[in-house]
Design a binder for this molecule. Structure first.
Ligand SMILES: NC(=O)c1ccc[n+]([C@@H]2O[C@H](COP(=O)([O-])OP(=O)(O)OC[C@H]3O[C@@H](n4cnc5c(N)ncnc54)[C@H](OP(=O)(O)O)[C@@H]3O)[C@@H](O)[C@H]2O)c1
Length: 278
């Protein structure tokens, strides 16, 4: 990759995207910063005159591709695409309507995929590039109340795993990041979305609603350290495909992988019983 690099970061107005953008700027790189709140993006522009290109819009698959073209027209290239824009949705699956599910899928899956498709011709032409997909612990495991959120992150991870193998021959790295609880705007009362609760799920999802809301301001994860860890992983000779971030993420994912393996071994005999008899 060239130095200085051009980063296209969605969700750059807040939280992890903002920290990733600030880390890139601190290293002398240029950032195309996408978010909805123009005033929050303007702070980045004024702090780093000439090195931040702010684009404030509601990110959808339809609006995504244009921003890659604008970035390339202005800066000639995109070296790193970071898909970080996102939001929380808490609710039981039965409580989650199609509109909520499709809107979250648009933001966490279809828009990132549209950005990936738009950026790949340029990265392939350059023979280099990195795509950072901000997933979640919830992209590898799930629990009551976060089924819809997890569905969007599982979708992103599934596609990204295949993508990584497809684009590696072109010198392009795909990094899936799985944060635990980081101190960002994600769990703020005004940004968190909830389904309309059904009383049948009070005991099952109720505690998760309360826990997620109580996260706000108390999360152990430091976004600046997440940004530094992502840079470290990208700079490695062989970056990982998946990068959990935070002690909570490391614990939950390692426990989950152990239990997936235990269950697969326990039921292996049945799995192996279904081929045609030779
Ligand atoms: N923080 C955590 O604990 C945690 C854990 C696991 C995964 N994550 C993931 O990390 C990513 C970043 O979230 P965060 O924690 O940094 O939360 P955040 O501080 O609330 O930031 C969310 C960002 O996404 C942008 N955004 C949301 N909806 C958008 C839309 N429709 N169009 C354009 N931009 C939109 C927001 O822009 P505006 O504010 O300008 O609207 C903001 O910049 C998300 O994908 C989230 O799922 C976070």
């Amino acid at each position: 990759m060239t130095d200085p690099k051009v980063w296209l970061v969605t969700g750059a107005s807040s939280g992890l995207g903002r920290a990733i953008a600030e880390a890139a700027l601190a290293c002398g790189d240029t950032v195309v910063a996408v978010g909805r709140r123009a005033e929050a993006l303007a702070e980045l522009v004024s702090a780093h005159p000439g090195r931040v290109h702010a684009m404030a819009f509601d990110l959808t698959a339809a609006s995504a591709a244009g921003c890659v073209e604008a970035a390339v027209a202005r800066h000639g290239r995109v070296d790193v695409l970071v898909n970080s824009a996102g939001r929380a949705l808490v609710g039981a699956v039965e409580e989650t309507g199609d509109d909520d599910l499709r809107a979250l899928m648009e933001l966490h899956f279809f828009a990132p995929v549209a950005l990936v498709r738009a950026v790949l011709p340029h990265m392939r032409g350059q023979g280099s590039g990195a795509i950072v997909q901000i997933s979640s612990v919830g992209g590898q495991l799930s629990f009551p109340g976060v089924g819809a959120y997890s569905a969007t992150k599982f979708a992103l991870e599934g596609l990204s795993e295949a993508l990584a193998a497809e684009v590696a021959p072109f010198g392009i790295t795909v990094l899936i990041v799985e944060p635990g609880a980081f101190r960002t705007g994600l769990h703020r009362g005004d940004t968190m979305h909830h389904t309309a609760p059904m009383s049948a799920y009070d005991d099952i999802v109720g505690p998760v609603r309360a826990q997620q809301a109580a996260f706000d301001g108390t999360q152990p994860g430091d976004p600046a350290k997440a940004a530094a860890a992502i840079r470290t992983a990208l700079a490695a000779g062989k970056p990982p495909l998946r990068l959990p971030l935070g002690n909570d993420a490391a614990d939950a994912i390692l426990d989950h992988l152990d239990s997936v393996r235990r269950e697969a071994v326990e039921w292996e005999h049945l799995a192996r019983s279904t081929d045609f008899d030779a």
